[in-house]
Design a protein around this ligand. Structure first.
Ligand SMILES: NC(=O)c1ccc[n+]([C@@H]2O[C@H](COP(=O)([O-])OP(=O)(O)OC[C@H]3O[C@@H](n4cnc5c(N)ncnc54)[C@H](O)[C@@H]3O)[C@@H](O)[C@H]2O)c1
Ligand SMILES: [Fe+2]
Length: 372
């Protein structure tokens, strides 16, 4: 038996925030990060809420949210007891908010107390993790990053409003855009994919191919912003149903130890995983064709895809290996046994088309470090 899950309801486009007026929100708990308050992005939400709505804001979320941030936010949420919870931000505030709701449910289950019903709305401000439509939450604990998965964390409503992306700096457009591409590609080659997830993944890949560089170069242009936001959401629906792959497991592990942005880690790793995934050769070829890449006769579609990824990374100033960004080699080498253990434990690993033994994994890690 296979399942394709469709939730939440998605409201998208320029006026999509107006949907908030249709809910009779009495007490609203907003989880966000401080930058989004400074940038006044939160005002767009506050201005739509009714004057009667009581609001509490928890803004102590930083990139790669920790278990401590989630615990603190959950305590504030429980004390306030809202009927609606809004997560506003990139993957970090959305994942942190999911964590708060998830651990609240766990406590209720353990204590056998009546379950609280909180309507959960996710408003992404990056494009992005797709977290607004996934049942995943990635939580950091010291130098470890763990991906939790539970359908209870799926939002009830996702609002895709392109006006939130106007303030994104170009390096975040680059990193988060490459995260979307990694989601869509890993979904399309996943061992757990199906025809539904494939359709979403391919549409996302096509939108990325046609819009990411344009969006990076013209961040104020609505059309590109909107298309990349939709691509991010489509990729989220895809991988929520197909799982991801070892690219993400390595990104979680390396990102946690060396404090790298999630999208940048994925972008650095991607060419080496595509190269190593010999079992997905035909799927990569399909992706190259869908991206309308020029495959000369007898040429390998997978190599063409790797070249394309390296080209767009170069345009967006993303380095091709960890050595360039100054990660200490001795520390990297010493961490290898721990990294391998974490990569094997990550829930994304089981979706990867190839299974790698330790020797192969070490070779891949060295390529990611040295770029060759
Ligand atoms: N839940 C999932 O399915 C899923 C999938 C992939 C990644 N993740 C996780 O999500 C996190 C990464 O999320 P992210 O890449 O969206 O970044 P993020 O939420 O960590 O934000 C990165 C930076 O961008 C800033 N920012 C966000 N929106 C902005 C805007 N509109 N204008 C200006 N600045 C803005 C934030 O303040 C922050 O400084 C990681 O922890 C990653 O592991 C989750
Ligand atoms: Fe990701």
């Amino acid at each position: 038996m296979s399942t394709f899950h469709i939730k939440p309801k998605i409201e998208f486009g320029e006026n999509s925030l107006n949907i908030l007026k249709e809910y009779n929100i009495k007490k609203c708990f907003i989880v966000t990060d401080n930058s989004l308050i400074q940038l006044k992005l939160i005002d767009k939400v506050l201005n739509i809420l009714s004057k009667e709505t009581e609001v509490e804001i928890f803004s102590e979320i930083l990139p790669n949210p920790t278990i401590e941030m989630i615990e603190k936010g959950m305590k504030s949420m429980l004390k306030f007891n809202p009927d609606v919870v809004i997560a506003l931000g990139g993957g970090s505030p959305i994942d942190a908010c999911k964590g708060m709701l998830y651990f609240e449910k766990k406590i209720e289950e353990e204590m056998a107390i009546k379950s609280s019903k909180r309507f959960f709305i996710a408003i992404p401000t990056t494009s992005g993790t797709g977290s607004e439509v996934t049942s995943y939450s990635v939580v950091s604990n010291g130098e470890k990053k763990i991906a939790l998965s539970n359908d209870q964390m799926l939002p009830d409503l996702a609002i895709l409003n392109p006006s939130f992306m106007e303030t994104l700096p170009s390096h975040i457009i680059a990193d988060t855009g490459m995260d979307v591409l990694t989601h869509a590609i890993e979904s399309f080659v996943s061992l757990k994919k199906n025809c539904f997830s494939n359709a979403m993944a391919i549409e996302s890949i096509k939108l990325i191919g046609k819009n990411l560089i344009e969006h990076y170069k013209n961040p104020k242009e609505l059309k590109y912003r909107e298309n990349i936001q939709n691509a991010s959401c489509l990729a989220g629906i895809a991988f929520n149903n197909s799982s991801l792959g070892i690219n993400h497991s390595i990104a979680h592990t390396i990102g946690a130890i060396f404090k790298l942005s999630h999208g940048r880690a994925n972008a650095i790793i991607m060419p080496y995983i595509i190269e190593a995934n010999t079992k997905a050769r035909e799927d990569y070829e399909v992706i190259s064709k869908e991206l309308e890449l020029n495959i000369v006769k007898e040429q390998d579609g997978k190599i063409v895809l790797i070249n394309y990824i390296n080209e767009i990374k170069e345009i967006m100033g993303i380095p091709n290996c960890l050595e360039i960004i100054g990660i200490d080699f001795e520390k990297f080498k010493n961490e290898i046994p721990e990294m391998i253990s974490e990569i094997r434990k990550d829930i994304c690993t089981s979706g990867n088309p190839n299974i790698f033994d330790n020797e192969s994994l070490i070779k891949i890690l060295f390529k990611i470090y040295f770029g060759k």
